[in-house]
Design a protein around this ligand. Structure first.
Ligand SMILES: [Zn+2]
Length: 273
């Protein structure tokens, strides 16, 4: 027997019991149809960090002779190996020259590990790596060995309307096609965040991708680095590529994700990237 006052299992919603059933002669009423709204694409579920691998391929990474003398950057810099040396896990973006694919070792390792993991998750698809360090009039940054431009030809492609003018990424796609492409972009961001232990900043202009990535980033327990939010919009060029920045004290790897040294003072924001 149940004690007085106790509720039997299944009777917890006692208020419902007080509602009288409809009279037998009443016609059943159809529930009011809710106003139709396009559903938000469901966020991708948070996953454990170790579902993304951060493994630098076993490849020789050439370095400047100054490195052996203990010289600082940029005298000591490292060269991103050519794609054929890493099973073509990446392609070179357009006509990016070899001298613009040099950087600090940490960034070169991050690029290699990210490319390998992306091509493992999406067989047959590769990311395209553009400028690492490319000082000159084209960039305000890309001169400290910590910036790189990443492109996803299978997911970020845009129509180049005319010089310097780009169409929307997904203008002609169905919602499902759009969501699948955004998912690839989010995967790339997650790999990068995992391999930097959350210490990165990505410039990319897509509010939906940004919101979902930031939710995942927080759910993973990452903390912002001195670079600020790990993803944010920037100028219009960043609708079709990631501009990725890592802190100068990022670990070289191969255990890239074991970062976490004392934060530095933030630098004033630059005008262009
Ligand atoms: Zn850039």
């Amino acid at each position: 027997m149940l004690a007085a006052g106790a509720l039997a299992p299944g009777f917890l919603w006692s208020e419902q019991l007080a509602v009288a059933p409809p009279p037998a002669h009443a016609a059943p009423r159809a529930p009011a149809a809710p106003a139709w709204e396009a559903p938000d694409p469901a966020p991708l579920p948070p996953v454990a960090a170790d579902e993304y691998r951060c493994e630098v391929p076993d490849v020789e990474i050439e370095k400047a002779a100054a490195c052996d003398r203990g010289a600082p950057y940029p005298y000591c810099h490292h060269q991103l190996p050519e794609p054929w040396k890493v099973e073509r896990s990446y392609t070179v973006w357009r006509n990016t020259s070899p001298e613009h694919r040099t950087a600090r070792l940490a960034l070169v390792n991050l690029a290699l590990a990210t490319a390998a993991e992306y091509s493992r998750i999406y067989p047959g698809e590769v990311l395209a790596i553009g400028d690492l360090d490319a000082p000159g009039p084209r960039h305000e940054t890309h001169d400290e060995g910590v910036d790189m431009d990443l492109y996803l030809p299978s997911a970020m492609a845009v129509e180049n309307l005319r010089l310097g003018e780009y169409g929307e990424n997904y203008a002609d796609l169905t919602p499902l096609q759009r969501r699948m492409r955004q998912g690839r972009v989010e995967t790339l961001a997650r790999i990068l965040a995992t391999c930097t232990n959350g210490r990165l900043r990505i410039f990319y202009n897509d509010e939906e991708v940004e919101a979902r990535f930031l939710a995942w980033y927080r759910a993973r327990g990452f903390e912002e680095s001195e670079l600020g939010p790990p993803m944010r919009a920037h100028n219009d060029l960043h609708r079709f590529h990631f501009h990725v920045t890592i802190p100068q004290d990022s670990p070289d790897g191969p255990d890239l994700a074991s970062a976490g040294t004392a934060p530095r003072q933030p630098r004033p924001p630059a005008r262009n990237r």
